[in-house]
Design a protein around this ligand. Structure first.
Ligand code: 5GP
Length: 122
């Protein structure tokens, strides 16, 4: 069953210009901005402009153009931050077990330091 999108989530409000963000890149299909609570020297969020709850929803419903647009933007943001070398990490939390806080798909781009292990063992 399709997930219900909350049009008042904080990233939807950023997309509508109702609350500010520190913009990094805007394209036809994506917006990138600095995370308000950075976990690394570079911590940028890349979001699709369309109303998608998470990567599950996006991968099921988005058009090829939207998917390409989002991931082209991720690469462009990372290159623009000078992170292609020595490297960076992308991450997208999906749902409750992943502690997703904001119910609009976002790709985190972390860079600027050694990022440590991929995940805490549990
Ligand atoms: P999640 O846990 O959903 O993967 O990540 C949500 C991210 O959104 C967090 O890293 C959090 O700091 C960031 N965030 C939450 N509210 C805002 C906001 O109003 N502006 C910006 N720029 N980032 C936000």
């Amino acid at each position: 069953m399709a997930k219900t999108y909350d049009p008042n989530n904080v990233f939807a409000r950023i997309l509508r210009g109702e609350i500010p963000c520190k913009k990094v890149l805007e394209t036809e299909h994506a917006l990138a901005f600095h995370d308000i609570n950075p976990q690394a020297p570079t911590h940028i969020l890349v979001i699709p402009k369309g109303a998608y709850v998470d990567i599950d929803d996006f991968s099921a419903r988005a058009t090829e153009t939207e998917i390409a647009g989002l991931f082209r933007a991720v690469g462009e943001v990372a290159r623009g931050a000078g992170a292609a070398e020595p490297g960076y990490r992308i991450l997208s939390n999906c749902g409750e077990d992943a502690n997703q806080e904001v119910p609009h798909l976002h790709i985190h781009v972390f860079a600027g330091r050694r990022l440590g292990p991929m995940i805490v063992k549990g």
